[in-house]
Structure formats: structure tokens, C-alpha cells
Design a protein around this ligand. Structure first.
Ligand SMILES: *Cc1c(COP(=O)(O)O)cnc(C)c1O
Length: 392
């Protein structure tokens, strides 16, 4: 083992995985884990799903990569699926979440230049947000711990407390070109946007002719019970950033633009060598078909409500849990104890959960999680809560 050869940028658990099936992962010693992290909301169909395996197999034998000098048979399928299920008009394909955000920010900046000249370049973002690790996305990520070591970041950005309508109004002026937010903040602690806040964001972007960007990289692609997260809030953004579950485990990202934003970026403005390559696109198109036509997304709300009601029972029985929050299968459990300790104890019991914000444990099961796996997860959570409640 040569773990020291990898740059040490993650706090990893001491386990090496070799295989996965559905909601289960197996380490090199054959030990089984129940996976409620799903590669951080990526493996929406679980591990080794035949739809994904077959798409990779079939497309890789035909064509893996060409370049964006040409069309291919697959990238149009992804775009078609996304447009079919949204109020939007066209799509840019890239490879990751942070790239989707970069592209959306560039679109916002160019829109501002076109509409109001060079001064219309301010981008507003939210405190406690997470938009990615590249310099642009990092500049609108409202968490000091991610930003501090890398300053100076890009200029012309301004942060506002999440869900603070008055602060948002105050931050807005004619020089704002874009506003970016997550309908539910994932990394920041499963904080859900108030509908009134989103409506005001929409109204202000209309009033000042700015681009409203929703980052649905974590909460989109079915996790909230609709393919697009914004449908749960009845506020339509101009641009939507996607990644994570979009490829079900195969790297792909995208941003989607409505009528207002569709023709802002033109030939030469933006690009990606890998973006929309045939292999990634074929997998994504297959995943989207399974999520929507396969009926996976349609069952998410019911599954999420089941988990939340059972978790609320555990909360009422033992304490330790302060609040059960989130929507669909993006569930946050805020705790009176350290979420890191909580997740570590789950890990020891063969159950994988992620943390978020300062006091939250996040449940991100695959969207096709079975009742059996949900019940196993709930049984372990109850055990762990019980142990913490005894420790006091
Ligand atoms: C994960 C995430 C990103 C970054 O995605 P990467 O693929 O890691 O670059 C951006 N925004 C949100 C909301 C995310 O959850």
C-alpha cells in the first residue's frame, strides 16, 4: 500500500472498498457496509446498476471520445432529456459540479456586460453555501474554511445571509449580473430556502435584469422528488447547475439555460475538451431515462417521508436528535452531539453517513433504496442515538 503517494486532501476513513451492489459496499476484507452517502449524492441508482453498467459497456465499444469539433449521437440525448423535464431551452455539458458553476458564473458575467456594460458584474451568493473548489466557484462559496488559504479570490462578489430577504434587497442594485444559491444547501447543513426568499430573489433578478442561478448539483436529479429541485419551490431560475447524480457515478456536469439565458454564450466563449463526450453522455442519458421513465424519481417523496417520520420517532424517544430536516432523500439530522463522532460510530457498525454544516449528519441513500435497506439504516441510527443518549 502506498497511500502516501496520494496528496492528503481528504480526511478518509481507514477502509478500502473493492465492490458495490445496490446500497451495499464491500471492503477488501469482504466486510459489508450499508451506503447512505452514495458517493455524496452521486450514485442515484446505487452501485453496479445494470442500466449504468450496460451503457458503459455498449458505448465504450462504439465511441468513447472525439472532441467538440464534431457532433456525436449521445450529447443531444442528454440535452433532450433535460429540456423535456424543465422550463429551459439549452444545455452546456462539462465534467463536474465546480465546472458547471464556473460556466454559469461566466454566463452571468457576460449577460451583465451585454445588458449594462462593464460595471454590471456583481455576483451575489449566500453564506453557508457550497459551489465547488475552483477559484470562481470557491469565490461564491460562503464558508471561510474553504476560502481562507486561497485568497485573493475573484472580485465583484457579495455575500448575503441565506433566507434574509432584507439583506438580499439591500445587496441588490443595477450592477448585479447574477445571483447564485442552492435551493437546499447541502454541504452547509441541509438548509432549505424559504419560498418567500426564492420569490424575492426571482423578483429582484427580474427588476435588475440579472441571471438567477440555482445550484442543483446536490439537490437536483430527483433527490427532492422531482427531476429538477426548483419544481418543489415554484420559482423558475434562469440557469441551473447540475452534476453529481447526472451521471450516476460517471463524471459529468451541466448547466441549463432558459430563453433569457440561452444565447448569451456563443462560439469561442466557453468550452471543455471532455464536455459531453459520447461515453459520459450515453451513461447520463441512460441514467436520466431510468430516473424518469423507470419511475425512480416518482417514489422519492414517499421514501423520504417514511425515513423522516421514523427519524422523528427516534428523535422523540431519545433526544440527541435536535431536528430532522430536508426534503425527499436529502435528509439532515441535526444533533446535540458531534456529527463526526456520530458518523464514526455508524461507520463502526457498517453504516455510512456524511456530515454537513456544524451539527448535521446527512442521509443521501440511492434514490431507488429499498424498504429493507431503509429499515436497516433506521435500526442502526436508533442504536447509535441510544448509545449517545446513555453516555449523556
Ligand atoms: C458537490 C457540489 C459542488 C461541486 O461539485 P464537484 O463535482 O465536486 O466539483 C457544487 N455545488 C454543490 C451544491 C455541491 O453539492
Amino acid at each position: 500500500m502506498s497511500r502516501e503517494h496520494l496528496m492528503n486532501t481528504y480526511g478518509r476513513y481507514d477502509v478500502t472498498f473493492e465492490k458495490g451492489v445496490g446500497c451495499k459496499l464491500y471492503d477488501v476484507n469482504g466486510k459489508e457496509y450499508l451506503d447512505f452517502i452514495s458517493g455524496v449524492a452521486v450514485n442515484c441508482l446505487g452501485h453496479s446498476h445494470p442500466v449504468i453498467v450496460n451503457a458503459i459497456k455498449e458505448q465504450s465499444q462504439k465511441l468513447i471520445h472525439i472532441s467538440n469539433y464534431f457532433w456525436n449521437t449521445e450529447h443531444t440525448k442528454v440535452a433532450e432529456k433535460l429540456i423535456e423535464n424543465s422550463d429551459h431551452k439549452n444545455v452546456f455539458l462539462c465534467n463536474s459540479g465546480t465546472e458547471a458553476v464556473e460556466g454559469a458564473l461566466k454566463l452571468g458575467r457576460k449577460y451583465g456586460k451585454l445588458k449594462g456594460g462593464p460595471d454590471k458584474h456583481t455576483i451575489i451568493y449566500m453564506e453557508d453555501s457550497f459551489h465547488g473548489r475552483s477559484m470562481g466557484a470557491l469565490s461564491v462559496t460562503g464558508q471561510g474554511k474553504y476560502q481562507e488559504s486561497f485568497k485573493p479570490l475573484i472580485g465583484g462578489v457579495k455575500s448575503v445571509p441565506f433566507n434574509d430577504i432584507e439583506a438580499l434587497k439591500k445587496a441588490f442594485d443595477a450592477n448585479v449580473c447574477a445571483l447564485i444559491l442552492e435551493p437546499i444547501q447541502g454541504e452547509g447543513g441541509i438548509n432549505t430556502a424559504d419560498i418567500e426568499f426564492l420569490r424575492e430573489a426571482r423578483r429582484l433578478c427580474d427588476e435588475h435584469d440579472a441571471i438567477l442561478i440555482f445550484d442543483e448539483i446536490q439537490c437536483g436529479m430527483g433527490r427532492l422528488g422531482t427531476l429538477f429541485a426548483y419544481k418543489q419551490f415554484d420559482v423558475i431560475p434562469d440557469v441551473i447547475c447540475l452534476a453529481k447524480a447526472l451521471g450516476g457515478g460517471f463524471p459529468i456536469g451541466a448547466f441549463v439555460a432558459n430563453e433569457k439565458a440561452r444565447d448569451v454564450l456563443v462560439a469561442g466563449d466557453h468550452g471543455s475538451t471532455y464536455g459531453g463526450n459520447p461515453l459520459a453522455s450515453a451513461v447520463s442519458a441512460a441514467v436520466l431515462t431510468e430516473l424518469v421513465e423507470g419511475g425512480v424519481v416518482a417514489k422519492v417523496t414517499e421514501k423520504g417521508n417514511y425515513l423522516k417520520s421514523k427519524l422523528t420517532e427516534i428523535k422523540d424517544k431519545y433526544g440527541v436528535i435536535k431536528e430532522v430536516k430536508g426534503m425527499g432523500l436529502l435528509i439532515g439530522i441535526s444533533l446535540t452531539v458531534s456529527p463526526k463522532d456520530f458518523a464514526s460510530l455508524c461507520f463502526k457498525k457498517g453504516f455510512l453517513v456524511a456530515t454537513a454544516g456544524t451539527d448535521v449528519v446527512r442521509l443521501l441513500p440511492p434514490l431507488n433504496v429499498s424498504s429493507e435497506d431503509m429499515d436497516s439504516a433506521l435500526a442502526i441510527i436508533e442504536e447509535v442515538v441510544k448509545e449517545f443518549s446513555i453516555k449523556g
